[in-house]
Design a protein around this ligand. Structure first.
Ligand SMILES: [Zn+2]
Ligand SMILES: [Zn+2]
Length: 625
C-alpha cells in the first residue's frame, strides 16, 4: 500500500501493532479485489485505533457489505500468505502501474491510476518497493508482519468518503475503516471499552444529569454551567485553591479584555491572530473611521499593522499577571512571586472541531505564573509538579505520564542562553525521575521560549487525555523587561513559569464526568444526600433530618413526591446521588435513618448525628467511593 508520503524513518518507526494493522489493510484490499476486481486503491495507512484504505469503485460500499468482505479477509488470514518484499526499479514500478497491477490481484485493463500518481511523487533516486501477499501486489515501503496469519483478530468498523490526498479538487473516494489486534481478547476488550466510553460520554451524561448546556443562541463552544455542574466546578476550585494557598500562591483576578497593545508586547497579537476572536474597537474610533469612509479591508489592515488601537478578548492570562508582578519594585527577598487565577480565556476554534467540554471557545484555566530567580527554578518546578500530581491522586487519576519537551539541539530559534536551557532541562528531567512518574523526553518539542512538561492522564477505562502543562519561559520577562533587585543591588531578570495542571476547568470536568461515569465522589457530588420518606406520614421527620443536614452544609434534598419508595430509590440511583436516607415508622420512632449507598446498597440504620459525622469525615477525606 502507499500511505500519505511520510519519510522512510517515520514509516520504520511503526509500532508492532501499527505494523499488524497496516498489514491488515493489505488483507482488506486483497479481499475487496476478490469481490470487485476493478477497485482502484489509493492510500491506506494505520491510524489511531486501526487502519483504513481509500478506494474507488462503482459500487457504494455499505455496512451490509462488511460481512462479505470480512469473510474473504478471514480466508486470506487463514491462507497464512507470507508478505514478500520486492525491490523494483522506477521503470518496472511504472510499467506495472500502467498495467493495472499495483493494488491489484493481477494485470487489469485500467492502469492503477492512484498508484501511478503516488509513484510520480516519489523523488528520483528513492528506493521503490512492492509487497506481495498471495496474488495481491501493492506499492509499499512496509513494514509488515511476516504472514497474514499473524493478524490475530480484526473487524471492519465504518465507511466514509474522503477526497484523494484530502484535497476537495481531487476525486472523492470511499474510505473503509477497520481495526486489528494480536488476538480476539484484545479486540473484544477494545470494543467493550468503546461501549463503555459511549455510556460515559460527558455530552450525554452532562445532559442527563443537568450539569452543563451548550445553547446555539449563546454560541458553539461556550459552556453554560448549570447549577449542578457549577457545584462540581466550585468544589474543584475550592480544593485546588486550598492546595495553591498551601504552596504559597496568591490569588488574583484580571479582566476578560485588555488593550491590543498588551498582547502586541507579549507577542500573542498579531502572531496567533488565527486562533483569536477579532479585536474590539473603541466606539469613538470606529465612528471616526466610518465618517472617513474607511472600508472593512482598510480596517483589517489598520488593525493588523497595529495603527489602530482596540481591545482583545484575552487569549492568555500571562500578560496581566506580568503587569501585576511589574506593578511593584521587587527585591530578591520577594521572590518567588506565585500568582494564580481561574482565568477565563477565549480562543477561536473552527466550528468543526467543537464538541462538548473538551474543545471550546471560552474556557477557564487553572492558571498560574511564577516569577523566580535562576536558582529557585528547579525547586519551583518540582513544587508545580507535586501540586498537579497530588490533585490527580485525590481524584483517583492514578495513572499518568509526562512528556518533557526539550529543545532541538540543531536549531537556533530559541530565546534564552544555552546555559539557562541546560539548567531548566536538567531540572525538569530530575523532578520527573524523583516523582517516579513515567515520562518520555522529546527533543524539538519545547516551545521557542522554554522547555516544558505536558501531562497525559489515563482514565478508569484506559483512555489517555492530555491535560495541562508546566512551561519555563525566558521570553516574556525579556519582552516586558521584568526585573528584581538582587542582593548585590543590581537589577536582574526573573525566570517565569506558566503552569495550568489541568489546562481548563471545562476540559477537566469533561474528563472527570467520563472518569466517574457521572457518579461523583461524595465531596464533589452536586447532591450528596437524598431523603426518602416511605410515606407522607414521615415528611415532617424528613424535614427535620433535612434541616439538620443543611445546617451542616450538606447538599441534601427531600423527595416529597407520592411515589412508592422503590421508585424514589430508583430515581436517586439514576441521578447518582451518593447517599439515600430511607425514613419509615421504625426509623422515626428510633430517631434513626436507614442509610442506602449508591454503590453498596443497604447499610442499615444509624442515628442521624452518627450518619452526619460519618459523611462529614468522608467529605473531609475526599474519599473516592
Ligand atoms: Zn503496506
Ligand atoms: Zn501563561
Amino acid at each position: 500500500m502507499s500511505e500519505q508520503r511520510k519519510t522512510l524513518d517515520e514509516r520504520y518507526t511503526m509500532t508492532e501493532l501499527e505494523r499488524l494493522r497496516h498489514s491488515c489493510a493489505h488483507v482488506l484490499a486483497s479481499a475487496i479485489l476478490r469481490i470487485w476486481p476493478q477497485a482502484q486503491f489509493a492510500a491506506g495507512p494505520p491510524v489511531e485505533n486501526g487502519f483504513y484504505y481509500d478506494l474507488e469503485i462503482d459500487h457504494r460500499i455499505s455496512l451490509d457489505d462488511f460481512e462479505r468482505i470480512e469473510a474473504e479477509m478471514k480466508k486470506i488470514v487463514k491462507e497464512n500468505q507470507p508478505f514478500e518484499k520486492i525491490e523494483v526499479s522506477r521503470e518496472q514500478a511504472f510499467a506495472m502501474a500502467r498495467e493495472g497491477r499495483l493494488g491489484a490481484l493481477g494485470p487489469r485493463e485500467q492502469p492503477s491510476k492512484f498508484k501511478l500518481d503516488i509513484l510520480e511523487h516519489i523523488p528520483e533516486g528513492e528506493a521503490i518497493s512492492l509487497y506481495r501477499n498471495g496474488d495481491f501486489t501493492d506499492l509499499c515501503a512496509g513494514p509488515h508482519v511476516m504472514r497474514t496469519g499473524n493478524i490475530g483478530a480484526f473487524k471492519l468498523t465504518s465507511v466514509a468518503s474522503a477526497y484523494y490526498k484530502g484535497d476537495a479538487n481531487n476525486p472523492q473516494l470511499q474510505r473503509v475503516y477497520g481495526t486489528a489486534f494480536k488476538n480476539r481478547t484484545e479486540l473484544d476488550a477494545y470494543f467493550a471499552q468503546l461501549e463503555e466510553a459511549k455510556k460515559r460520554d460527558h455530552r450525554k451524561l452532562g445532559r442527563e444529569l443537568g450539569l452543563f448546556q451548550i445553547d446555539e443562541q449563546v454560541g458553539q463552544g461556550l459552556i453554560l454551567w448549570k447549577p449542578k455542574g457549577a457545584v462540581i466546578r466550585q468544589q474543584l476550585q475550592n480544593f485546588i485553591g486550598q492546595e495553591l494557598r498551601k504552596h504559597g500562591y496568591s490569588e488574583v483576578f484580571t479582566p476578560h479584555i485588555a488593550k491590543l497593545d498588551l498582547f502586541r508586547t507579549s507577542g500573542h497579537y498579531p502572531y496567533y491572530r488565527e486562533s483569536q476572536f477579532p479585536p474590539l474597537i473603541e466606539p469613538e474610533a470606529l465612528r471616526h473611521l466610518a465618517d472617513e469612509g474607511c472600508s472593512c479591508a482598510q480596517l483589517a489592515n489598520l488593525l493588523e499593522k497595529g495603527e489602530l488601537d482596540g481591545y482583545l478578548l484575552k487569549p492568555m492570562n500571562c500578560p496581566m499577571h506580568i503587569k501585576i508582578y511589574a506593578s511593584e519594585l521587587r527585591s530578591y527577598r520577594d521572590l518567588p512571586v506565585r500568582l494564580s487565577e481561574f482565568g477565563t480565556v477565549y480562543r477561536w476554534e473552527q466550528s468543526g472541531e467543537l464538541g462538548g467540554m473538551t474543545r471550546v471557545r471560552g474556557f477557564t484555566q487553572d492558571d498560574g505564573h511564577l516569577f523566580c530567580t535562576e536558582e529557585q527554578l528547579s525547586a519551583e518546578l518540582r513544587q508545580c509538579l507535586e501540586l498537579g500530581l497530588n490533585v490527580l491522586r485525590v481524584l483517583g487519576l492514578n495513572q499518568f505520564r509526562a512528556r518533557i519537551g526539550l529543545r532541538d539541539p540543531d536549531s537556533s530559534k530559541y530565546v534564552g542562553t544555552p546555559a539557562q536551557w541546560d539548567k531548566a532541562e536538567v531540572a525538569l528531567k530530575q523532578i520527573a525521575v524523583q516523582s517516579k512518574i513515567s515520562f518520555t523526553e522529546e527533543e524539538g518539542e519545547a516551545a521557542f521560549y522554554g522547555p516544558k512538561i505536558d501531562f497525559i492522564v489515563k482514565d478508569v477505562i484506559g483512555r489517555e487525555w492530555q491535560l495541562g502543562t508546566i512551561q519555563v519561559d525566558y521570553n516574556l520577562p525579556e519582552r516586558f523587561d521584568l526585573t528584581y533587585i538582587d542582593s548585590d543591588n543590581t537589577p536582574k531578570r526573573p525566570v517565569m513559569i506558566h503552569r495550568a495542571p489541568f489546562g481548563s476547568l471545562e476540559r477537566f470536568c469533561g474528563v472527570l464526568i467520563e472518569h466517574f461515569a457521572g457518579a461523583f465522589p461524595l465531596w464533589l457530588a452536586p447532591e450528596q444526600v437524598r431523603i426518602l420518606p416511605i410515606s407522607d406520614k414521615h415528611l415532617t421527620y424528613g424535614r427535620q433530618i433535612l434541616s439538620l443536614l443543611k445546617a451542616a452544609n450538606i447538599r441534601a434534598s427531600l423527595d416529597e413526591s407520592s411515589d412508592k419508595i422503590g421508585a424514589k430509590i430508583r430515581l436517586a440511583q439514576l441521578e447518582k446521588v451518593p447517599y439515600m436516607l430511607v425514613l419509615g415508622a421504625r426509623e422515626e420512632q428510633a430517631g434513626e435513618v436507614a442509610v442506602r449507598s449508591r454503590l453498596r446498597g443497604d447499610e442499615g440504620a444509624v442515628s442521624a448525628p452518627h450518619f452526619l459525622e460519618r459523611i462529614q469525615q468522608e467529605i473531609t477525606d475526599r474519599k473516592l467511593d
